[in-house]
Design a protein around this ligand. Structure first.
Ligand code: TYD
Length: 407
């Protein structure tokens, strides 16, 4: 049980959302009906700095040792990476010949975009099976968890980094202070650090409760981050909203001593938005929890009716968030025949908890399903485009978030 806020140390924590016990969302299993470990899944709010965080921390070695998530499978994410590289170039003048280090670099998707722009690249990725894929694609990768020792070793070998990036990794980190301090240790005095994470404002406003799972220890607002960076002599100087993963913030930080980069108005604008919308008040989160209960109930009811009407449903996107959704709403193989996912590492496996089989796209050929549940709703447009044939045959899409919608 976490009794102190990981961001500010306060013990003034208030649990507001309990999703019950679930298995780890990325722990796909090789066969159905085997005993799987379950862990409590609940979120608490820090009244001191406004960070939302899980009440328990599962051992990261259980979650990230052998991993099947591949960032480059999702086409829109590849486009997003090119945009991120451009955003760095805009702020640095150029990224050509600069050393770009990506933390939790996965299969090298973002670093490939940096390489195309002429940067020197280095990935840090703890999952050995995924780091190997990056290496095979020509992206040098250190297979370690990010920490001070790794940062210092890289600096000794390659010199300081002009750009350090971390996309969708910060929520996975328990010791956030060590993470930022290690970034400061590797960053060039005039370099930039870019951090991307889903914004709690979007999560709450669009009821994205399924993005809550054990890998995601924290749910960020800008406010607690500004303070955290200050502790390590770093300053957030710009923030952009980006559409990826249901609405994220892209935060740009620099060393505070680098005064040539001015702090832009965007920082104050997002802080003001968070405050105006009530995100620094506990009551907002209690209202969110009530809404989540309603969304969960309506999803469960919807699938009960579908089965009663003898309709068939296929899922698309064997996502971690999908597993929260399926487990919390008790949607199982009796509702969903299979889930399609293009990640070779996931095909042939079963989802954790509900044990729904995962197949490649070819399983859709010749099959006639009435509905397709888009579990990767963050990529729904791309998925709908590539499943045109399903729609032409009269199939309908179910988008579960922010509320059940049939298209
Ligand atoms: P993502 O939404 O990043 O999920 P998570 O909730 O696990 O963080 O993952 C998208 C998943 O959907 C990933 O397993 C790849 C898969 N996918 C496809 O198979 N085809 C596609 O066209 C897209 C966009 C995603």
């Amino acid at each position: 049980m976490l009794t102190q806020c990981r961001m500010c140390g306060s013990a003034d924590l208030h649990a507001y959302l309990d999703l019950g016990a679930t298995p780890l969302a990325d722990a796909f299993v090789k066969q159905p009906d085997i005993a799987e470990p379950y862990f409590p899944l609940a979120v608490q709010y820090c009244a001191e700095c406004s960070l939302s965080q899980l009440t328990v921390v599962v051992d990261p070695r259980l979650m990230f040792g052998d991993y099947c998530y591949r960032s480059s499978i999702s086409g829109p994410f590849r486009d997003h990476c090119r945009g991120l590289v451009q955003a760095c170039a805009d702020r640095l003048g150029t990224v050509k010949a600069a050393l770009a280090v990506d933390i939790a670099s996965n299969d090298g998707c973002l670093l490939s975009a940096f390489r195309e722009a002429g940067s020197r690249v280095l990935g840090v990725e703890p999952a050995r099976n995924i780091a190997r894929i990056a290496e095979e694609g020509g992206i040098p990768t250190v297979s370690r968890f990010w920490c001070r020792e790794v940062a210092e070793a890289i600096r000794r070998d390659t010199g300081p980094a002009r750009v350090i990036t971390g996309t969708n990794v910060f929520a996975h980190v328990d010791d956030v202070g060590d993470f930022v301090e290690s970034v400061a240790a590797l960053l060039d005095d005039t370099g930039i650090f870019v951090l991307e994470f889903p914004h709690m404002v979007d999560l709450v406003r669009h009821s994205e409760f399924d993005t809550i799972y054990h890998e995601h220890l924290s749910y960020f607002l800008l406010r607690p981050l500004v303070r955290l960076f200050e502790r390590y002599a770093m300053t957030i100087f710009d923030v952009e909203k980006v559409a990826i993963h249901g609405g994220s913030l892209r935060v740009f930080a620099k060393k505070t001593s680098h005064t040539a980069l001015p702090v832009r108005d965007s920082v104050q604008a997002i802080l003001a938005e968070e405050e105006t919308l009530g995100f620094y008040r506990l009551a907002t989160y209690h209202r969110f929890a009530d809404r989540v209960a309603t969304v969960r109930r309506s999803l469960t009811d919807f699938f009960t009716e579908i089965v009663a009407a003898k309709k068939t449903v296929v899922g698309y996107g064997a996502t971690a968030k999908g597993n929260t959704l399926l487990n919390c709403c008790r949607i199982g193989p009796e509702h969903l025949a299979m889930i399609i996912d293009e990640t070779p590492q996931k095909q042939g496996l079963f989802t954790p908890g509900r044990n729904i089989p995962i197949r490649g796209r070819e399983a859709l050929e010749g099959a006639a399903f009435d509905y397709m549940l888009i579990l990767a709703w963050n990529y729904k447009d791309a998925i709908m485009r590539k499943t045109e044939a399903f729609r032409r045959r009269g199939g309908k899409y179910i988008i579960p978030i922010p509320e059940v919608t049939v298209l």
